[in-house]
Each structure stands twice: as C-alpha cells, then as structure tokens.
Design a binder for this molecule. Structure first.
Ligand SMILES: [Zn+2]
Ligand SMILES: [Zn+2]
Length: 259
C-alpha cells in the first residue's frame, strides 16, 4: 500500500528497505564470524543461531542497528505503515501485545537505518512527517474527488425509479436527503438506501466532513465547525470508512484509517 504514498522514483528504495527488514526474520545463510554454512537453530523466533564450525552463537540482527531488539517481525510492518503516514498510536492497534513505546522505539531505529542506507527516501520521509497535516498525496486527492462527486450525484439527483413498482413517475420530496415519492403507487423511497449514506445524519455537512477527515482534523476542531458531538463525529467516521470500502476507494481508506 505504501506505493500510493511514496513517490514513484523512491519505490525501489522503499522496497529495498522493507526487504532488508524482512530478511532479519529469515534464517541466515552463513556464520557472520567464519562464513561457514552449517548452523544450528538455538531459538528461531528471536533469531539465535550457533555455528557448527566455530561454535560461536549469534543473533540474526548482529552488525545491524536492530541488534538484540525483540519482535523483529514487527519491523517491516512498522516501516510500511510509517511510509503510509500512519501514527505510532494507529500502528499499535494493528500489532497486538505491543505498546506505543515499543513501536516508537523500533520506528526510531528504522529511521536511523533509513537515514544511513537510503538517504533519499529518508529525506522524503522527513518532509512528509513535517507536513503530514496539510500535504495530501495526489492518489488520495483523486479518490476524495471521486467520493465527493458520487455523494453530490446522489444528493442532487431529481430522477429516480420506484423500487416498489418500477415506475419512472416519481417526485423528489426532500432536498438533501434524496427522498422520493412514487406517483404510481404513492409509496416513499430513498435513493440513499443501500449506499451506507442512509445511516448518516446532517447531509448538509457531508462534503465538509469528508474534507476535515482527510485533513486529519481532531474531533474537537470538527465539533465547533460542524456543531455535532464528538460521539456523532466518531460514529460518522466509522460509517464513512465502510462507505469508502464499499466504493472500493482503498487508498483513501488507508489514508483515513491513519488520521
Ligand atoms: Zn562460524
Ligand atoms: Zn411505485
């Protein structure tokens, strides 16, 4: 997923970084002291091995900045999420039995490693960190526009087919909620049904709300502008996430999840 956020010219560096981190959890091919290939596994999940030739034991992360860090399998996950702009707090939700501190500690070591091995990527990453509130990646902006035009179309539609009798003789009865009445069977229906939007109140705020979620505004900031309670805003965010998923706007979903 980080390919949507990292500029194309840095994809190679980002891939290389992730590959390096994944390699830390794979079995070593040679002893780091004598280069012999016959190795015993002492403890595979923590990466401890012993050389059959020189009898020395070593950790898989020997000679790397990750030496003796537990849970090496977290490193590529943390790096990928950080490249997508996610906060340590968000990453913690995905990695069970971790703490924000453990994640942050590993994140800092990954940053050091990135700085010394992939300076171009590190430079971009630093700039992203500094401007993550205002700089929305192009791939995200495109999906925001798709979502907003879809919402606009539904809200502004004046033509609808009755879902009960399939008559086209229908009349819009409420602005903003896409409510219709059929002139043949006289039943009411909503164009929002089945879109996920029917669960959301305050349609006058929808477009503004999308922009504010994308910009990473806090619920407190939104509360003042939208005059909605933080609980309602939080519920609305969950609804928007499932709508975005349903619309297959996965880059946007990834972005919103990290805000
Ligand atoms: Zn050896
Ligand atoms: Zn009808």
């Amino acid at each position: 997923m980080y390919h949507h956020f990292v500029p194309v010219k840095l994809h190679g560096k980002a891939n290389a970084l992730i590959t390096d981190l994944k390699a830390l959890t794979e079995a070593p091919t040679a002893c780091p002291y004598c280069q012999h290939h016959d190795l015993y596994v002492i403890h595979s999940s923590s990466g401890y091995y012993r050389c059959k030739a020189c009898k020395r034991s070593f950790n898989r992360s020997l000679n790397t900045p990750f030496y003796r860090l537990a849970r090496l399998e977290w490193l590529p996950v943390i790096a990928e999420r950080r490249l997508c702009g996610q906060s340590y707090a968000t990453i913690r939700h995905e990695l069970t039995d971790s703490t924000a501190w453990l994640i942050k500690r590993r994140g800092q070591v990954i940053e050091q490693y990135m700085q010394s091995h992939y300076p171009d990527l590190y430079q971009w990453y630093q700039t992203q960190q500094a401007s993550s509130e205002t700089d929305v990646p192009k791939a995200v902006k495109e999906q925001v526009e798709q979502l907003k035009s879809w919402v606009n179309n539904i809200l502004q539609t004046t033509q609808a087919t009755c879902p009960h009798c399939e008559s086209h003789k229908t009349q819009k009865v409420a602005d903003g909620r896409a409510q219709f009445r059929c002139k043949s069977c006289w039943r009411y229906f909503s164009q929002l049904k089945g879109t996920g939007l029917e669960h959301l109140a305050h349609s006058e705020n929808w477009l503004k709300m999308i922009d504010m979620f994308v910009a990473g505004k806090s619920y407190q900031q939104m509360e003042h502008i939208l005059t909605m309670s933080p609980a309602t805003i939080s519920k609305a965010k969950r609804n928007w996430l499932s709508i975005v998923q349903q619309q297959n706007l996965l880059v946007l979903k990834e972005w919103l999840t990290s805000r």
